[in-house]
Design a protein around this ligand. Structure first.
Ligand SMILES: Cc1ncc(COP(=O)(O)O)c(C=O)c1O
Length: 449
């Protein structure tokens, strides 16, 4: 009799596992279950299979279940609970149909199997295959190379280092994620910011990009969805960027780390999917879509024409070999994350979208604060009518304890002021924080301006 631990028992993979157990009751026995979504179904399963241990996502679900099963089954809580079930090691077969952090359990299995040595420099084969499938699902067809790194951060740094020499420049979205400008300084590159235009929903300003290309410009960075604005690039704008890249032999660095967190029922259009000839490296990872930033797992997908990118790909791989490999056990999570059940995304997007709407509702009532509606990710970048955003933010933190980041940390057009909000906290916390910001803003204006 084989003992099975089923993680994610109310989802489709979990349900089919239970079907098999029903069909072969003398071959298999379920010894533990976990489910995050459907407590009623879980209760039914506990009774049918006489389960002695389960794990659920939170205390509310645990209490709900406790009332119904009358102490007949041990109830563990959260990812700690799931890990406890796995650690007991009293199963023969582990079915992990979970999503989010818990869906990354293959890493625990990898550590237990002592896969703690170095990995291949470009990544383990199952991860590379899964990333290729994910990229193809995004419409990227002409894939030339894929590599796994310690976070997208490492992929970005390696790709910039392999391409640019001191004095060269790349076009940097402004506002944008500051890692790029930090690497720019480290490599002694010339800053070349291009602006996103706030009055046009933070779309890249194509004329500004065109005017800023010079003979030392080697690449253009596109952060889509953008951190800090949450804006998503329109298809027409993507085509215009592709044309500029092709005309000027630029490589596009498409940072799509938030690609699965798009609101209002829309999907991201990957710039690399729109043209087979354009040279592009698309970055993503487990940090945002799979909510596992501490795993430090990211990747790059190179696409375009082999004869143009051949030498550059070799230069990237030289740097990948020099730093030996990305974290090894965590790479086993990549295929289960990308190819496994994606139900958590629906839940995550719903939560983030609701929080965005709450934010818009409260902030839109404040005279002097204006917000372009974010279309993805978990950020917002409202403009604020003050003389100095760093001073405003410092006073806000001191007075209220609400932490936002001044716009100057991300770059912004001269004589404008903004701050960045992260919408990850729970609704009640956000509502309290926005109310505090609204109150504080009035006081700040009368005290300082
Ligand atoms: C646009 C963007 N790119 C890259 C990263 C870094 O991601 P990772 O955790 O994979 O290094 C972040 C993290 O905030 C980000 O916002």
């Amino acid at each position: 009799m084989k003992k099975i631990l089923v993680l994610g028992s109310t989802g489709s993979i979990g349900q089919s596992t239970l079907e098999i157990v029903r069909a072969f009751p003398d071959k298999f026995q379920i010894i533990g279950l976990s489910a995050n979504q459907n407590t009623e179904e879980l209760e039914r399963q506990i009774k049918e299979f006489d389960i002695k241990s389960v794990a659920v996502s939170d205390d509310i679900k645990a209490n709900e279940l406790k009332d119904k099963i009358n102490g007949k089954c041990e109830i563990l809580v959260g990812s700690k609970g799931i890990i406890e079930l796995v650690k007991r090691n009293n199963y023969d077969i582990l079915v992990t149909a979970l999503v989010g952090f818990a869906g990354l359990l293959p890493t625990i299995e990898a550590i237990k199997s002592n896969l703690n040595g170095y990995a291949p420099s470009n990544g383990i084969p199952s991860a590379i295959d899964a990333i290729k499938i994910d990229a193809k699902n995004k419409g990227i067809n002409n894939i030339l190379d894929v590599f796994v790194t310690s976070g997208a951060s490492e992929a970005i740094e390696i790709c910039l280092s392999a391409l640019l020499n001191p004095g060269d420049n790349f076009l940097m979205p402004t506002p944008g994620y500051p890692l790029y400008t930090a690497v720019e300084s480290k490599l002694e590159l010339e800053p070349n910011p291009y602006y996103l235009s706030e009055e046009n929903g933070w779309q890249p300003d194509i004329d500004d990009i065109r005017n800023k290309i010079n003979n030392r410009t080697k690449a253009i960075v596109l952060i889509n969805p953008n951190n800090p604005t949450g804006s998503v690039c329109e298809k027409d704008t993507l085509f215009e960027i592709i044309n500029l890249a092709l005309e000027n032999n630029l490589i596009i660095f498409a940072d799509e780390i938030y690609d699965k967190l798009i609101f209002d029922g829309k999907e991201l259009i990957s710039i690399a999917s729109l043209n087979n000839d354009v040279s592009c490296i698309t970055f993503s990872g487990l940090s945002k879509n799979y909510v596992a930033p501490g795993f430090r797992i990211g990747w790059g997908v190179v696409s375009g024409r082999y004869e143009i990118l051949n030498d550059y790909i070799e230069a990237i791989n030289k740097l990948l070999r020099a730093r030996v490999s990305a974290n090894h056990p965590e790479q086993y999570a990549i295929s289960s994350a990308l190819l496994g059940n994606q139900d958590h995304l629906k839940e995550l997007i719903n939560k983030l979208q609701k929080r965005r709407d709450i934010m818009i509702n409260i902030l839109s009532k404040i005279d002097g604060i204006n917000l372009v509606k974010p279309e993805g990710a978990f950020y917002a970048f409202p403009s604020v009518d003050v003389k100095n955003d760093t001073h405003f933010v410092t006073e806000l933190i001191k007075e209220t304890g609400v932490v936002v980041v001044p716009g100057s940390g991300f770059g912004q057009r001269p004589n404008t002021n903004h701050f960045r909000i992260v919408t990850l906290p729970q609704e009640e916390v956000l509502i309290e924080a926005f109310d505090l910001i609204a109150d504080f803003y009035k006081k700040y204006k009368s005290k300082f301006e």
